[in-house]
Write a protein that binds this ligand. Structure first.
Ligand SMILES: [Zn+2]
Length: 300
């Protein structure tokens, strides 16, 4: 069965008519540190920055099926069998996997399913998630916010030491960074990488995820120049979304159902280890279920 690229409710479908999809980012207030109006019950974190809501579609154009740049202009005009230069990423599966905004990656490119956890490290939730992953022998990918890295370098060291993949999620989770000029984008990404490498000298940081999934071509280009592939997601169980009146149990059930219904081979799954205690609970159920059906991988 083909599944939709991402989870969409009717509402977000309507909202996202010309834009992309709801995702990981504070739409109301682009400041990571600002109070998020949609945060529900106070998350169990000691950080003053509350859960950020993710209530609107990113501003990028909808992912375009025709967006792949894989056709190379480098074929030799004289017909000599000069090897055609290949893109840095595998071209065979490019259309399939680079379906996110600005050609960002939606799938792993292999059968394995990648769990990705964003916005941390969180001094309360991240250790719980790491404990769960360790107990279940699962490797995942963590998209880190620079200022949280600077506040909790010990947790970054633990993430790396336990074999998880590191991903740059910008310095302060600005939802509009991709619209800034190249030098601003570059400086933000570099600052975040520097903080990660202050915590883990020599750390490999091969991925970048735009807050809210708000990739732009310039954003992706700057990430690539720093050696990072831009990753979107295929499955978003909306663990960031706390509609008023949604109970904790209902929220958890929503996350579990969202993943079970939409995951497929090769999916990149978006969730949050920052200020989302319900996510930890949901994955206590989800990981055994997923492991029976898929191989769970850290992005390579
Ligand atoms: Zn985020």
């Amino acid at each position: 069965m083909r599944t939709p690229k991402v989870l969409m409710t009717g509402l977000t479908l309507a909202l996202a008519g010309l834009a992309g999809l709801a995702g990981c980012g504070t739409a109301v207030d682009p400041s990571w540190v600002a109070a998020a109006p949609a945060a529900s019950s106070a998350p169990a974190t000691t950080r003053p920055t509350p859960a950020h809501s993710h209530s609107a579609a990113p501003s990028h154009p909808a992912a375009s099926a025709s967006s792949s740049p894989s056709s190379s202009p480098s074929s030799d005009a004289d017909g000599a069998d000069v090897p055609v230069s290949v893109d840095p990423e595998p071209t065979k599966t490019k259309e399939q996997h680079h379906g996110g905004p600005a050609n960002s990656l939606m799938k792993t490119g292999q059968a394995g399913v990648a769990l990705t956890f964003d916005d941390g490290p969180d001094p309360v939730q991240t250790p719980k998630m790491l404990d769960l992953l360790k107990k279940t022998h699962v490797k995942a990918t963590f998209c880190l916010v620079g200022q949280n890295v600077a506040a909790h370098p010990d947790l970054v060291r633990r993430i790396a030491a336990e074999g998880h993949t590191l991903c740059n999620h910008t310095w302060r989770h600005s939802l509009t960074l991709g619209k800034k000029n190249a030098s601003v984008i570059r400086a933000d990404l570099q600052r975040t990488n520097d903080a990660i490498r202050d915590a883990v000298p020599g750390a490999e940081i091969r991925y970048m995820r735009a807050p809210g999934g708000n990739f732009t071509p310039e954003f992706v280009a700057q990430a690539r120049e720093l050696g990072m592939t831009s990753i979107y997601w295929q499955v978003d169980p909306r663990d960031w979304d706390h509609p008023s009146g949604e109970s904790g149990d209902a929220h958890q059930a929503k996350v579990i159902h969202g993943v079970k219904q939409h995951v497929s081979k090769g999916a990149i799954v978006l969730s949050h280890d920052y200020a989302q205690p319900g996510t930890i609970s949901a994955y206590e159920t989800l990981i055994p279920w997923l492991k029976q059906r898929y191989t769970l991988i850290a992005l390579p």
